[in-house]
Design a binder for this molecule. Structure first.
Ligand code: BTN
Length: 284
């Protein structure tokens, strides 16, 4: 943790509104973020991207907001979305995959997001960054980014997926509300320096495009391997709050990583391997 007494002033350009020019100049991807919609303020970038996708937005279309009035998190939670400091973005993808596989895109995004956090922390081995299943990006155990994936079903196939990502970039400790479900942090707090949001977005979009292409070409095994090495959860004692065998409850056990479907494998006290396909995880 760093001393933020000398934190940058509000006039510093790291804290000025996102610039569409700086963004379009820096984005070098083939399709992710090529079609870009930047807003000062939205209810939720996921809701706007979803409407755009339903009206035919091309694959890779990205929506960014400087602040969200109603940022949404997983499991009905809200996502704290103050102006001028963080990234709130949603990307439209159109993979030709069955509905059941759609949650795998969350894992693709988690890999890209986790590598992005490591890059801006100057932590290339990702020693400080981990992924809490399925999609919380943590730095030294505190949450720095999250993913909300929503999709449209068309006869059992995915019509489109909206991958929404929130990254705490330049948020200072006094901007983090006390009542958050899990301890939060930002890239600024953890690296001791502010980051240009345009650069973080550019890195995130190209990383996401790369991993998405690899996923389409080689399927889950390639994502699984990288996710498992980044998450560093294998062998840890965890509690999963999930629906298991049709009943919602808790299951304690040793995490054994994710399988090729993206489900979390939990070895329970009887040595039985349980697959958890949706839910939340806490380290014990
Ligand atoms: C979570 O960890 O619960 C998921 C948080 C996802 C937040 C992002 S911010 C951009 C996009 N728009 C939203 O309303 N939510 C996602």
């Amino acid at each position: 943790m760093v001393d933020l007494k000398n934190k940058p002033s509000e006039s510093d350009h790291y804290f000025t509104p996102l610039s569409e020019t700086r963004l379009s100049e820096s984005i070098r991807t083939e399709f992710v973020g090529r079609e870009l919609h930047l807003f000062d303020e939205l209810d939720s970038t996921n809701s706007t991207a979803f409407q755009m996708a339903a009206s035919g937005a091309v694959e890779g279309t990205a929506v960014i907001a400087d602040m969200q009035r109603g940022g949404r998190g997983r499991r009905g939670r809200s996502w704290h979305s103050p102006a001028g400091c963080n990234i709130y973005t949603s990307v439209v993808l159109r993979p030709k995959i069955p509905l059941l596989k759609a949650p795998q895109l969350t894992l693709v995004a988690a890999v890209a997001l986790s590598e992005t956090a490591s890059h801006f922390l100057k932590d290339p081995e990702s020693g400080r960054v981990s992924i809490k299943w399925p999609n919380d990006i943590l730095i030294d155990g505190r949450k720095c980014a999250g993913i909300l994936t929503e999709m449209k079903n068309e006869g059992g196939q995915v019509a489109f997926v909206v991958v929404g990502m929130g990254i705490n970039v330049n948020m200072t400790p006094d901007q983090i509300p006390d009542e958050l479900a899990s301890p939060a942090t930002s890239l600024l707090i953890e690296s001791g320096e502010p980051h240009l949001r345009e650069e973080v977005l550019q890195f995130l979009y190209s990383n996401m495009e790369n991993w998405y292409k690899r996923y389409l070409a080689a399927g889950m095994p390639v994502i699984r391997e990288r996710w498992n090495s980044l998450a560093r959860i294998e062998g840890k004692r965890v509690r999963a709050a999930a629906v298991i065998g049709g009943v919602s409850g808790y299951e304690d056990g040793i995490a054994r990583g994710i399988d090729n479907e993206g489900a979390l494998l939990l070895e329970n006290e009887d040595g039985r391997l349980i697959r958890i396909t949706a839910g939340d995880l806490a380290l014990l």
